[in-house]
Design a protein. Structure first.
Ligand code: SF4
Length: 331
């Protein structure tokens, strides 16, 4: 049987917004299912407000799911035993400068981890462990000892935050837009690092991104999210080179930049369009879809598997009512 490091089953997160008299419910994550295999880089991709970061926060334990199941190595997570979350999973944030206190030297974070996880009581051994993790990201202890965050470039600091995440020998890294605040010239060095960690250390990465170019370059499989739903999922070759879902096709052409000031938002702040799309009956993409049909406005499309690619779209439905009305629909 195929091994799954992380398995997400029917994950749902509903937020209640507004006042008592005008209360609405937004399903930010809607019955989402996917898995991450050992030594695999899996992308959750989509524009801002699609539900990808909320999904990541739930996996990390920063948010409670409304319903659904998360399995680690085939076992349902035990909320009382958070060891897998704290040691087995580590997070890489978008802004490396927000990860470190500007008044603390970066090495102090590594020594804190050595102490908190009781890795050793011997300082020389601690330095060896830290050096080993820094080497994995192309740095050395001498380069960073005693220095403050502002003494590093964004790219170097992101490497340091990845090295810090590796201190507990995690099986899975959850990286939320890890290169969006790094200089374009250094982005490939960071994404290459994920490949090296996968190939040399067997680390899996859940790569949260709006950037399909780096996702194509670094990931094995990808799930495209739109307003809480996975609308297409398969290998990056299948999904990005032969996109079936109209939203994936649109996304390939243009996608808004990630907000560089965003970290892990704890409040839901939706634009008018997002609001409207989240509350739409039927397919949530119907308002923008060039292939929209009558059925799309009243019925939620089912998940259909074609050549191992999951697609959530009436264009691929068996239903006779689902014949494409617009020219240009690809099957
Ligand atoms: Fe477009 Fe209809 Fe498919 Fe939604 S279900 S993406 S509206 S064709």
């Amino acid at each position: 049987m195929e091994q799954k490091l992380l398995e997400i089953q029917n994950l749902t997160k509903v937020y209640t917004l507004g006042s008592v008299i005008s209360r609405i419910h937004i399903t930010a994550v809607d019955n989402v299912c996917f898995d991450v295999k050992p030594a695999e880089i899996f992308a959750l991709a989509g524009e801002s407000g699609c539900g990808k970061t909320t999904t990541a926060k739930i996996v990390l334990g920063f948010e409670e799911a409304t319903s659904g199941t998360i399995l680690h190595n085939g076992k349902v997570e035990d909320r009382k035993q958070k060891a897998w979350r704290t040691e087995g999973i580590q997070a890489i944030f978008q802004d490396p400068f927000a990860t470190f206190n500007p008044l603390k030297t970066v090495d102090s974070y590594f020594f804190d981890t050595v102490r908190n996880f009781r890795l050793t009581e011997n300082r020389r051994t601690a330095i060896e462990i830290i050096n080993q993790k820094l080497h994995a990201v192309g740095l050395s202890y001498e380069e960073f000892a005693g220095r403050y965050p502002n003494e590093f470039s964004g790219g170097q600091l992101q490497r340091i935050s990845i090295a810090r995440a590796l201190m507990t020998n995690p099986r899975l890294l959850i990286a939320d837009e890890p290169v969006s605040m790094v200089d374009a010239s250094l982005r490939m060095a960071i994404v290459n690092l994920f490949k090296t960690l996968r190939d040399d250390l067997g680390v899996s990465v859940l790569y949260i991104t709006h950037d399909l170019a780096t996702a194509y370059y670094v990931c094995d499989r990808i799930a495209i999210m739109f307003r809480g739903n996975i609308v297409e999922m398969g290998t990056v070759e299948q999904v990005l080179m032969q996109p079936r879902h109209p939203y994936t096709r649109l996304l390939r052409e243009s996608i808004p930049e990630a907000d560089p000031h965003k970290r892990w938002q704890t409040t839901v702040n939706l634009s008018e369009l997002e609001h409207e799309e989240y509350l739409r009956v039927g397919c949530k993409f119907a308002g923008r879809c060039p292939n929209v049909m009558e059925i799309c406005k009243r019925q939620v499309p089912a998940d259909i598997t074609i050549d191992d690619v999951l697609v959530k779209c009436h264009l691929y439905s068996e239903s006779p009512q689902a014949e494409p009305a617009a020219a240009g629909a690809h099957r």
